[in-house]
Design a protein around this ligand. Structure first.
Ligand code: ZN
Length: 412
């Protein structure tokens, strides 16, 4: 047999005897065989007994407003909540070229951190209109050789209270966006916006991903309405909620009930710890709440959840190295999840689980699937999260995508 690549000595989750390694053979960009030892011709790359995973999946991201920290007014008061205002103030300066350049830089950093799939939200409010969509649409085409990018369009600054706004969402969907999102919290009538999102999704037969349940009280929790509409429309498995800070204010019993409802309806939750931590508890002077939902507790009830980065270097989250593993580690630390099982689940929440949210049917290390492979400087999924392990190398459809040299200590 002849292969284009044989990745040898790889540790793969849920395969064979615990601790045993396998070889992964690639042909025509797909995984052709997974066996303890694969003879045959082809370029051999030694994974050195390291953990190998499919490419990570960012299920909730904003490429279009990444890297704008240098042009917004600084946050002067720790307790201020004017992130939106500070972003809005500079949106006029966003051109297609500008959005493309910033998004490209962020996307490349994500790739170098082992992320090979992403759903990015794109604002189409005035004054941006379709500029962001045009930029990201081009980026998706230009980087198709190394990255799968899913476009979700939404209105950040109001829908039902902004005459004509929905027309831009419709235009973007007509041009090929495959997901419709929303930010009902910034609408004068949140529930009405949610109704419109579902109606538009039905018209275009697209998936739904709504920013929801931010805040620190259980008033106006949107998840129930979203689950009801999902049931009514038969959209199970096609709907996600991003944030869910409110769920961190629930008792164990309430969280369990929510998890069951989400699982029954097929509504997923993406927890966004970097943003949720940065924006939560601004009303509190001390004993500041964390605002990060315990996704593990929802998963335990059968719900699908993911952990995602959301924002990079903007007023909502003035941080970011585009390492999704770092975000997952931060999540685990904050929700106090540290067992091997919990940490493996955290890894699933940046890989298999978000892949299911994005309905990526041929995701994962299995014969016949695309050879999207990342070699980690760790021996297991749990160790990747615990140690914020670096990806050593990555492959997209069997082609080497990146290589990271290990740091060297120069002894005397
Ligand atoms: Zn978001």
């Amino acid at each position: 047999m002849s292969f284009s690549l044989i990745l040898c000595n790889a540790r793969v989750a849920n395969r064979g005897v615990a601790g045993a390694t396998v070889d992964i053979a690639v042909s025509d960009g797909r995984i052709a065989a997974i066996e303890p030892q694969i003879p045959g011709e082809g370029e051999r790359v030694d994974a050195g007994g390291r953990f190998v995973s499919p490419g990570l999946v960012e299920s909730h991201f904003h490429l279009d407003k990444s890297r704008i920290l240098d042009r917004v007014a600084p946050l002067e008061d720790r307790r201020a909540t004017d992130y939106m205002k500070r972003v809005s103030a500079v949106k006029d300066s966003f051109t297609v070229e500008d959005i493309y350049a910033r998004s490209r830089e962020t996307l490349e950093q994500c790739m170098l951190n082992g992320v090979l799939h992403m759903r990015t939200h794109i604002e189409v409010d005035a004054p941006i209109g379709l500029r962001g969509f045009e930029a990201i649409e081009r980026l998706a085409k230009d980087y198709a050789w190394g990255f799968d990018l899913q476009l979700c369009v939404f209105l950040q600054e109001g829908w039902t209270n902004v005459p004509g706004a929905e027309a831009t969402v419709v235009k973007a969907l007509e041009r090929g966006a495959t997901v419709v999102g929303g930010a009902p919290r910034y609408d004068s009538n949140g529930p009405a916006q949610i109704e419109r999102i579902f109606a538009v999704a039905k018209d275009f037969n697209v998936d739904i991903d709504i920013h929801g349940d931010g805040g620190y009280t259980l008033d106006d929790t949107m998840a129930w309405q979203i689950c009801d509409l999902t049931d009514r429309m038969g959209w199970g498995g096609r709907v996600a909620i991003g944030h869910g800070n409110k769920y961190s204010c629930m008792t164990d019993e309430q969280v369990a009930a929510l998890g069951k409802r989400l699982a029954g309806a097929g509504v997923a939750v993406a927890v966004l710890p970097a943003t949720d931590l940065f924006t939560s508890g601004r009303h509190q002077e001390h004993s500041v709440m964390r605002g990060v939902a315990d996704a593990n507790a929802l998963v335990a009830q059968g719900a699908n959840c993911s952990i995602a980065t959301n924002n990079v270097l903007n007023p909502f989250t003035p941080y970011g190295d585009c390492s999704l593993v770092r975000i997952a580690n931060m999540y685990a630390n904050v929700v106090q999840r540290g067992t091997e099982t919990d940490l493996s689940e955290c890894f699933a929440m940046i890989s298999d689980r978000p892949a299911r949210m994005l309905r990526d049917d041929d995701y994962g290390i299995a014969v016949g699937n695309p050879a999207d492979l990342v070699v980690w400087n760790a021996k297991s999924a749990a160790e990747v999260i615990a140690t914020v392990a670096q990806p050593v190398m990555g492959f997209k459809r069997g082609r080497r995508l990146f290589t990271r040299e290990a740091a060297t200590l120069h002894r005397p």
